[in-house]
Ligand binder design. Structure first.
Ligand SMILES: [Zn+2]
Length: 459
């Protein structure tokens, strides 16, 4: 047996102990959104601290204004070995509505081939898969990579203290690549790596017309109705092909080259999936691009909400004084979030009629993210997934965002492998969350293969 096969055999031989450990970890109700669980959050951090210390790793709790961040390190003997930073969050979502759970969310239960419990899939099993891979490698010989650990307890509430800790302790989190197993697979037989994320810019557009709501009989026909003006303004923000019309919006958008087109063509998100997953009768958007390209590699503008005039029961004949729309843009490389406001203002200057005045309120903005899915680390991870699943992983760009990936890229220059062994039907954030155990075991094996392969590639 080659060394890597021995390590995998060790992991497989100890599955029931590993499952007991995972179950123990899931028992801790580390709900970050509920202040009453503060002591449980600390207990989860200490649980990880003890696990790492018992296995012989270096470990420390870094205190913040909120939950502690668990830092750890398992050092490779070879000083030239590459390094991996494993990211995870030990906090979990609240359990409400708790009566919809078939079993107690914090009394983890195996039914069929799944472990049910809050945080099982998102993401305590993911953290444990990485830790068990490290343990198996250490116990069966030599760790081929230096593994640093970054486990936070505030991901589900927006990671308010993470960027500060990364900046302050930058030297401790250095690594060639971050393994972030928080995005999951596309199906039990479809391993996946996300290599891009969209950014965001979010605004509220407030229109003002008359000084107060007016009688539509007395003023209809002489006063421009702000609700109508709002409709006219936002209608013009897309052309007939679904392209955003803000001046300069596409100037920095990276073209999708032929290699990437082929890559994204493998993503199982086409016309049929759009219909099935969303309940619409037909997809919408830029006809030149496939659905997978449109949600990953193209920027968009959405109206997230509209409010104006009388919306209560029955009739009320008014011309409203104001109208409001929430408008957000999902951004792709190399758009700059700070430039979007200027583009919105330029559009409004052209399109808001003199009968109406307006104001823009700016909310969150965040940068997009992309890394090279053919880097040595990505290639090693991709090979590991192929060996275990017998298919090449799907490489895709996600339409959403993972702020820690941006922070690591921007603050420390570390690219991320966004992946994981959660499945789309794990019901994360919902009642009856579960982890599919066969996928968890395969994931652990893939991580052992990845660390071995990547460790063999000298920097
Ligand atoms: Zn998560």
């Amino acid at each position: 047996m080659s060394n890597v096969e021995q390590v995998i055999a060790f992991a497989n031989a100890h599955r029931s102990e590993h499952l007991d450990e995972l179950r123990d970890f899931v028992t801790i109700p580390s709900v970050s959104a509920v202040p009453a669980h503060a002591a449980d959050i600390r207990r989860a951090a200490e649980w990880l601290f003890n696990w790492i210390a018992t296995e012989g790793g270096k470990v420390e709790l870094i205190e913040t204004d909120g939950s502690p961040i668990v830092w750890g390190e398992f050092t490779a003997k070879d000083p030239d070995a590459p390094s991996i930073l494993v990211y995870g969050h030990y906090d979990v979502q609240p359990v409400d509505p708790v009566d919809l759970w078939d079993t107690d969310p914090f009394a983890p239960t195996v039914r069929g081939d799944r472990l049910y419990g809050r945080g099982a899939s998102d993401m305590k099993a993911q953290i444990m898969a990485a830790l068990i891979a490290v343990r198996s490698l250490v116990r069966q010989g030599e760790l081929p990579v230096t593994v640093r650990l970054l486990f936070e307890g505030e991901e589900e509430i927006g990671s308010p203290n993470l960027a500060g800790v990364l900046t302050e302790h930058a030297d401790r989190f250095k690594a060639d690549v971050c393994l972030n197993p928080d995005t999951g697979m596309l199906g039990a037989e479809l391993p996946a790596i996300r290599y891009g994320l969209r950014g965001i810019a979010y605004f509220e557009l407030q229109l003002k017309g008359p000084a107060r709501d007016l009688h539509s009989g007395a003023f209809g026909g002489v006063v421009h109705n702000p609700a109508q003006a709002l409709a006219e303004i936002i209608t013009g923000m897309h052309d007939a092909d679904g392209r955003v019309t803000l001046p300069g919006f596409y100037d920095r958008v990276r073209e999708i080259d032929a290699t990437e087109k082929d890559r994204l063509a493998r993503v199982p998100f086409g016309e049929t999936e759009v219909r099935e997953l969303s309940g619409v009768t037909q997809s919408w958007g830029e006809s030149k691009f496939s659905p997978a390209e449109r949600v990953g590699a193209r920027p968009t503008l959405e109206i997230n909400g509209i409010e104006s005039g009388y919306t209560g029961p029955g009739a009320k004949t008014v011309i409203p004084a104001t109208a409001m729309a929430k408008i957000s843009m999902r951004l792709v490389p190399d758009q700059r979030p700070e430039e979007i406001r200027g583009q919105l203002e330029a559009y409004l200057k052209q399109h808001v009629p003199p009968t109406i005045s307006y104001e823009i309120v700016e909310f969150a903005q965040g940068a997009s993210f992309i890394c090279d899915p053919t880097s040595p680390a990505h290639a090693a991870f991709s090979n590991a997934l192929s060996e275990v699943w017998g298919v090449d992983p799907i490489l895709s760009r996600s339409g959403g965002s993972v702020p820690v990936a941006n922070d690591l890229q921007e603050l420390l220059g570390i690219p991320s492998i966004l992946t994981g062994f959660a499945l789309p039907d794990d019901q994360v954030h919902s009642p009856n969350e579960s982890q599919h155990l066969p996928t968890w075991y395969r994931g652990t094996e893939a991580l052992i293969r990845f660390m071995t392969d990547f460790g063999g590639r000298r920097r």
